[in-house]
Design a protein around this ligand. Structure first.
Ligand code: FMN
Length: 145
């Protein structure tokens, strides 16, 4: 998987991609985060990216799973594009109710495992267009010295 080629601290790859491609499960999992309303019916698959805190023994590194998994997720999304698939990162909100629902789906989740984000995957409509995303000016995003 391309995601495994991404850099991760000490090459620990402290994550797992839980892929759901069975329609009933796609529907169920997609209904849990909040940012899927209005387009989740188009998902062919949904990926739950899970980070494993056990990969880093020091408390000071507890944020690293989020960095590592995000880098791998971006590589994964670029790879999907090369296969003619579209994707969308989906925010995982820090809401107990959502955690409970997700734990009922990911029944084998270990106590140190954290949902980091979701990635929806689907086939782009042949006549679909890419929505324009206004970006900040470069000078607002970089600074020298
Ligand atoms: C961490 C993260 C969470 C996101 N969550 C959602 C989401 O819940 N629902 C959604 O439709 N898009 C979500 N997005 C997609 C962003 O809205 C999108 O990347 C942004 O509007 C810029 O558009 P572009 O990626 O086409 O340039 C998320 C993106 C990131 C990086």
């Amino acid at each position: 998987m391309v995601g495994a080629q991404s850099p991760s601290a000490c090459n620990r790859l402290p994550f797992e991609f839980h892929i759901f491609d069975e329609p009933e499960m796609v529907k169920k999992v997609s209904s849990i985060p909040m940012g899927t309303k209005g387009f989740s019916q188009n998902f062919s698959a949904i990926v739950v990216v899970v980070g494993k805190l056990r990969a880093y023994f020091s408390e000071r590194d507890r944020h690293v799973i989020y960095i590592d998994a995000a880098l791998a997720s971006m590589s994964f999304m670029f790879a999907l594009e090369t296969l003619g698939l579209s994707s969308c990162p989906i925010n995982w909100p820090d809401i107990e109710e959502c955690e409970k629902k997700m734990t009922s789906v990911l029944v084998d989740l270990e106590p140190d495992e954290r949902v980091i984000m979701l990635i929806s995957v689907g086939y782009p409509a042949p006549d679909g267009m890419v929505p324009y995303s206004q970006k900040k000016e470069l000078d607002l995003l970089r600074r020298y010295n």
